[in-house]
Structures are given as C-alpha cells and as structure tokens.
Write a protein that binds this ligand. Structure first.
Ligand SMILES: [Zn+2]
Length: 154
C-alpha cells in the first residue's frame, strides 16, 4: 500500500481530485488514465532512473496548477500536454514501454501502406489492401500480446 504521507502518494490523491473535478470526456481526451499509469511506472523506477525521479515533482506541479485552474474555471491544458508527451516518450524510449494497443494501431497503418504498394505492384489494389490489412492486424495483435506478456504496457 502507498503511504499517503509520501510525496508520490500525494500525487495520486491530487490526481483523483483532478479527475473528479473535470468533465469525464475531458479526462478521456487528456488520457489521464494513461498519464496516471505512467506516473506509477515513474514511482516504481525512481530508484534506478533519475529522469523518472524528476518527473514526480514535475507531475505534482502540473496537477497542482490544473487543480487551481479548475477552481478558477479557466483550465489551460498546454502545460499538461507538454509534460504528458515528455513522460510518455521517456517511458517508450528509455524503458521500452508501450501503451495498450499501440502496436495494433501502428501495424494497421503499416499494413495498409504495404498492401497498397503491393496492390499497385500486382495491378490489383482491391486485393492488395485486404492482404496488407490482415497482415497488419496479425502482426500488431501478436506484438501487443507479447508486450503484455512481458509487462511492457504502461
Ligand atoms: Zn525513467
């Protein structure tokens, strides 16, 4: 269990407060669930990674700022979005983590592109595209499943 007196515990309490005070649609469009999971990863990694350790006070600052803005009814999301981007890309690049379903999304578009050029090559685009799509879904799904098995989902 988290000790609520620890700074990291406080971040999650404030994050809960923020989620409760924002429109659920906004919580979704801001990807706050993923943000929260990434912060949990940073908490777990802080002993071995200085960047993760530094994200924690940063996150607390961003959340505090948003809570103040919610009370004043003029929320600016820019700072959060910049911080979110840094945090997620750090998790992806340094810790090789991925967000759920990201391989599928990536491979569907890759598969479509491959299918299109294959279809063009064989002069049969209507055959090439479904082949590329099926291939993309198969590869993406298996890569997502593999990432999940290895605990690499943020
Ligand atoms: Zn890190």
């Amino acid at each position: 269990m988290e000790n609520n007196k620890e700074p990291s515990g406080e971040v999650f309490i404030k994050l809960d407060e923020l989620k409760a005070s924002l429109d659920p649609k906004k919580v979704k469009s801001l990807n706050i669930q993923l943000f929260e999971r990434a912060i949990r990863r940073a908490v777990a990694l802080q002993e071995e990674c200085d960047a993760c350790k530094n994200f924690l006070p940063g996150a607390a600052g961003v959340i505090d700022e948003m809570l103040t803005q919610v009370k004043e009814d003029k929320v600016k999301y820019k700072e959060y979005q910049i911080f979110y981007k840094h945090l997620i890309s750090h998790m992806q690049q340094t810790h090789k983590l991925v967000s759920e379903g990201s391989y599928l999304g990536m491979w569907i578009s890759l598969g479509l592109a491959i299918g299109l050029s294959f279809g063009t090559m064989i002069s049969n685009i209507s055959l090439g595209i479904p082949i590329g799509l099926v291939m993309g879904v198969a590869i993406g799904t298996s890569m997502d499943a593999d990432a999940k098995k290895k605990g690499r989902i943020i």
